[in-house]
Design a protein. Structure first.
Length: 176
């Protein structure tokens, strides 16, 4: 059986179109959140198996960790230009059109996360002001709510960073 044809070499990091796989703080926070979530879930399963009881706090902490994990993953995706978009519309245009769509996407992403930041800040203030406690273990709810505005602001900052990068990068290809 003949050997398969060798695959073409991968584009070097930093080349146009090459994925940006540098480690970011979001990667470490996401890995820590995922490890903690797995450990809590595993411990809860073991305790439930041997005692027919479960930890009261595990669901609350797990939900908070999932929010953290989701938002740090979104931030990393924005920083790497790996967020969701309609590739058919994006890839079918000229380089100028792709650049404009990328700028529009970065601006819209920043605006959306700034709205989430504002609403999350309002929710955080209400939880703090009215002394809301969590339903399962009775700790202040704002301990969990704090992460929504903080990490939404991080996502907005990553989107602004992407927009600034696009604005500073010289346009490629013929004008059109």
């Amino acid at each position: 059986m003949p050997d398969p044809a060798p695959s073409p070499p991968a584009e070097p990091p930093g080349a146009p179109g090459a994925p940006d796989m540098r480690r970011r703080p979001e990667d470490w926070v996401g890995a820590a959140a995922m490890a903690l979530l797995a450990a809590i879930t595993f411990a809860n399963v073991i305790v439930r198996y041997f005692t027919d009881e479960s930890f009261a706090w595990s669901e609350e902490v797990s939900i908070a960790l999932m929010v953290v994990l989701t938002l740090v993953a979104a931030s990393a995706a924005i920083a790497r230009d790996r967020h969701i978009r309609i590739e058919f519309l994006f890839d079918s245009g000229s380089p100028r059109r792709r650049r404009r769509l990328a700028m529009l996407s970065a601006a819209a992403t920043a605006a959306a996360f700034l709205i989430v930041f504002g609403l999350g800040l309002r929710l955080l203030w209400d939880d703090y002001r009215y002394d809301v406690t969590s339903p399962g273990i009775g700790v202040p709810q704002w301990w969990y709510t704090l992460w929504l505005p903080a990490l939404s602001l991080l996502c907005a900052a990553r989107a602004v960073q992407a927009l600034v990068h696009l604005l500073r990068t010289p346009r490629q290809g013929p004008p059109g």
